[in-house]
Design a protein around this ligand. Structure first.
Ligand code: G3P
Length: 217
């Protein structure tokens, strides 16, 4: 499973990159706005700064809601760096835009996917990856990981090349469960990735090794 980090914070992206496990980055307008990054120039400059840290795929989201706007915006975003993936919302215009970008050889990430039916449509349109938001599904009292199993099964039936990118991940267990379900990618907050490092037996074992090494020195 590929690991993406879900943030616009450059220091976090650098930290995950330096850990040696980073395959890409996802952002969204909310994450950008949280940092006060607004307006086309500032947003594009920030994507460029992210692409300077990692050569992995970097999802950059369009803000337009209509097909011509998505195409114009996505084409500009794709020019920022060769690892930009244009992130497009799951709407009818979004599907048209995905098909357009596929024909131009530009990668897309179809976002805000909450059902297998939506995933199927995005794959048929030619999305490079789709983003089911598992945390938000859990928040709504459904089972987000179950949706990953379902989409992975559906895609296998038809040999779709579209990758399943589990998004809206909230904790380390979500990451492990998505790997069990066969997600191609998980995009995670840094805290959830670092949470995978923890096991008390590792800490106890390490302390024991250090202690023993002193005894026989
Ligand atoms: O990758 C999608 C993510 O940014 C949404 O996460 O926690 O706002 O549901 P969350």
């Amino acid at each position: 499973m590929k690991f993406y980090i879900d943030t616009a914070v450059l220091a976090e992206i650098k930290e995950a990159h330096d850990m040696g496990i980073l395959d890409g980055v996802t952002t969204n307008p909310s994450l950008m706005a949280k940092l006060g990054i607004q307006g086309k120039d500032a947003i594009h400059a920030h994507y460029k700064a992210i692409c300077d840290i990692t050569s992995g795929e970097v999802s950059a989201e369009v803000l337009s809601m209509d097909f011509p706007g998505m195409v114009a915006e996505g084409e500009e975003l794709a020019k920022i760096a060769k690892n930009i993936v244009v992130k497009i919302p799951m709407t009818a215009d979004g599907l048209k835009a995905i098909k357009h970008f596929k024909s131009k050889g530009i990668k897309t990430n179809c976002t805000l996917v909450f059902s297998a039916g939506q995933a199927l449509l995005a794959a048929k349109a030619g999305a490079t990856m789709i983003s089911p938001f598992i945390g938000r599904i859990d928040d709504s009292n459904w089972d987000g990981v179950q949706l990953i199993y379902q989409i992975v099964d559906v895609f296998k039936n038809y040999d779709f090349e579209t990758e399943v990118l589990a998004a809206s991940i909230r904790n380390p267990l979500h990451i492990v469960k998505c790997a069990e379900a066969g997600a191609d990618i998980a995009t995670c907050p840094l805290g959830a990735i670092k949470g995978l490092l923890n096991h008390p037996l590792t800490n106890i074992g390490l302390a024991q090794f250090i202690e023993d090494s002193k005894k026989f020195a």
